[in-house]
Design a protein around this ligand. Structure first.
Ligand SMILES: C=C(O[C@H]1C=CC=C(C(=O)O)[C@@H]1O)C(=O)O
Length: 433
């Protein structure tokens, strides 16, 4: 058989970056809320920094489940084609993406896109970064004026209903019990099992509004919107910033409920051997994957407690220095799937997930984030999220998963998965923001 010839485009991609003095975070959030219906299809926001973007200057053409390595190679080719205009501020070009959890068990298509425009807010400054296959003819101000005309949806968020997809909560609890049995049998040490529910609204889901609400309610999480995938993740798979690498590993959870104080919940979490064990597996998987690509790694001895409005997590922030030339996409490829979303050992857990979950996770629990032309970027794990049904814009698939170890109790895991669904259910609330 003759190997297919890979033809990489060598035509230039023009990049222009412009400093905008009069656009602040609220303007970006207004655009975020305008959402895909207004052409704002990509976003990444946390606290008072972030980016919103739209249009397509270049797109990785991927098939269902294509691996991250393909995206990495495509981006390397794109980087060579970038030509910054002379009047540019020098800001790097940015691509947004999201990858599948398990390339072998999905019909979902991963994404990596260099948008036509990105509004980037960082360190109190806003920059417009534009990319185009043809030289710019109109001034940046023309685009800014057009963006300023975009408005959030005028109609209230529609009412919606939920149904379990595949396994209902009881059937899923039974799968958790089967997972525990396999662990006790000695097949593996940890497996993360997820369940899915489908939210169907009376009118198309307003993804931008969901994203804005998620950012309002979960400002410490990374709110993302990439090609119909929207969520607010508390877990940073990997960030690379001028060679410094950080990863926030989460595993071990307690739901916030009733009148129990955060202090009491935190004490229960930090003394739970089941949660500590679950956490250790996740940290070990990240540390071992990073060690090949980094030096000077720092892994704290004990986790801290990350407090969110719906749950408390055991958290460990790993830091390291990336070897010269390693891009964030290569780190993402090395780290995914960590034991926070798959299990230990990875391959055994991945097979068990496919067997027990009866679910196509799609891009849920895969990496989601951005990479720039310097190879820097930030990629969260797509958790606490929903994916729009491409055939029905009124339907959103919501997911929640739980780490299972030998001591896990199926009913407690169902309760934990319910707590993890709270952010998306809250964001879907009908009515005005
Ligand atoms: C798989 C999910 O969460 C992971 C991340 C943090 C804590 C987890 C846990 O305690 O089970 C999970 O490993 C999810 O939210 O769907």
């Amino acid at each position: 058989m003759i190997a297919p010839l890979l033809v990489h485009s060598t035509t230039p991609l023009f990049v222009r970056s412009t400093l905008l003095d009069d656009l602040g975070l609220d303007d970006l959030l207004d655009l975020l809320e305008a959402g895909p219906a207004a052409g704002v299809e990509y976003a990444w926001v946390r606290g008072d920094a972030g980016a919103v973007a739209g249009g397509v200057a270049a797109r990785w053409t991927a098939g269902p489940g294509d691996p991250i390595s393909g995206a990495s190679a495509w981006w390397a080719g794109v980087r060579e084609r970038l030509e910054h205009t002379e009047d540019s501020t020098g800001a790097a070009a940015l691509a947004f993406g999201s990858f599948c959890f398990d390339p072998d068990h999905t019909s979902a298509v991963p994404v990596l896109v260099l948008p036509e425009w990105v509004l980037l807010r960082r360190h109190g400054r806003t920059v417009l970064v534009e990319a185009s296959t043809t030289p710019f003819t109109a001034p940046a101000a023309t685009r800014v004026r057009r963006l300023r005309t975009l408005r959030p949806p005028a109609t209230p968020s529609p009412a919606w209903q939920e149904r379990a997809e595949g396994l209902d909560a009881d059937a899923w609890a039974d799968r958790v019990a089967q997972g525990v049995k396999r662990i006790l049998d000695g097949d593996l040490e940890k497996v993360v099992l997820a369940r899915q529910v489908t939210a169907t609204a009376e009118a198309p889901v307003q993804l931008g509004r969901l994203a804005r609400r998620l950012h309002r309610d979960y400002p410490r999480c990374w709110t993302f919107l990439v090609d119909g995938l929207v969520g607010a993740s508390p877990e940073m798979l990997v960030r690379r910033e001028e060679g410094l690498v950080t990863s926030r590993v989460l595993a071990g959870t307690i739901g916030v409920h009733g009148a129990t104080t955060p202090e009491t919940l935190a004490a229960a979490l930090t003394s739970s051997s089941k949660d500590l064990q679950e956490h250790e597996y996740a940290v070990a998987s990240v540390a071992s994957a990073l060690s090949e690509y980094c030096t000077g790694m720092n892994v704290p001895d004990a986790p801290y407690v990350l407090e969110l409005p719906n749950v408390l997590h055991l958290a460990t922030d790993v830091t390291a220095v990336s070897r010269t030339g390693t891009t964030v996409l290569e780190l993402v490829e090395a780290l995914h799937p960590s034991a926070a979303v798959c299990g230990t050992p990875t391959e055994v857990a991945r097979r068990l997930i496919a067997e027990l979950e009866e679910l196509d996770r799609g891009r849920y629990s895969g990496p989601v984030g951005w990479v720039d032309s310097e190879g820097d970027g930030a990629w969260a794990i797509a958790l606490r999220c929903g994916e729009l049904d491409r055939d029905d814009p009124r339907s959103l698939r919501l997911y929640a998963g739980c780490g299972i170890v030998a001591d896990s109790d199926p009913d407690a895991e169902v309760a934990e998965s319910e707590a993890k669904l709270v952010p998306m259910r809250g964001a879907l609330a009908p009515g005005q923001p």
